[in-house]
Design a binder for this molecule. Structure first.
Ligand SMILES: NC(=O)c1ccc[n+]([C@@H]2O[C@H](COP(=O)([O-])OP(=O)(O)OC[C@H]3O[C@@H](n4cnc5c(N)ncnc54)[C@H](OP(=O)(O)O)[C@@H]3O)[C@@H](O)[C@H]2O)c1
Length: 174
């Protein structure tokens, strides 16, 4: 698994179920990186997408505890164990965790890499990504040059996890 996220200087990712920033090059980066792959998201992130619809040209997996929840063109998983079962036959590099906070928190240890757009600004956030700069096993592998859009400075970071946890596939799932 890999994660992709855009964070502000406090690792904020969202406010009021919306993104903090809209930077065209970041949207392109996200689109290009996830296209034709499997994207994993929480139900609130799905609701934040246009029309609350899954993303085109990707295999969408949505996490929800609501057993009656159904959505077109997406698989719904009711637990992390079920998610691991669902993705077991994909190349792990092709399974991309796209948020939000609760899903990142549960899956970050299983991600081998994190593609982090760092925006050099502090937005008003009520949702956050774990601060992986504070975690020993996460190392910066590459950083782009600094970029700017509408007076907002940002850069693309790729982190790698030197101690990636493996999913336990022995647990029975319903
Ligand atoms: N900056 C970025 O790159 C980025 C990316 C994505 C999202 N975001 C932002 O993040 C915010 C949303 O994050 P969030 O933390 O509020 O919500 P979220 O993680 O997107 O979704 C939370 C929901 O996912 C379901 N869920 C989570 N873990 C589960 C589990 N183990 N089993 C079953 N269901 C599970 C639950 O759905 P039910 O309530 O249906 O049970 C839970 O309420 C928004 O502001 C969004 O814009 C930012």
């Amino acid at each position: 698994m890999q994660a992709i996220v855009a964070v502000d200087e406090s690792w904020g990712i969202g406010y009021n179920n919306n993104l903090l920033f809209s930077i065209p090059e970041d949207i392109r980066y996200f689109t290009d990186f996830t296209r034709h792959k499997v994207v994993v998201m929480g139900r609130r992130t799905l609701n934040s997408l246009p029309g609350s619809k899954p993303l085109k040209d990707r295999i969408n997996i949505v996490m929800s505890n609501d057993k009656s929840f159904k959505t077109d063109s997406a698989t719904v998983c009711f637990s992390v164990e079920r998610l691991f079962y669902e993705i077991k036959d994909y190349n792990p590099n092709d399974v991309i965790v796209i948020g939000g906070q609760t899903v990142y928190e549960q899956l970050i240890d299983y991600c081998s890499a994190a593609h982090v757009t760092k925006v050099k600004k502090t937005g008003k956030a009520d949702r956050f990504f774990p601060n992986i700069d504070l975690l020993e096993n996460w190392k910066v592998k590459s950083v782009s040059e600094e970029k700017e859009y509408n007076n907002i400075k940002y850069a693309f970071y790729v982190y790698c996890n030197e101690n990636t946890k493996q999913p336990d596939l022995t647990t029975e799932v319903s």
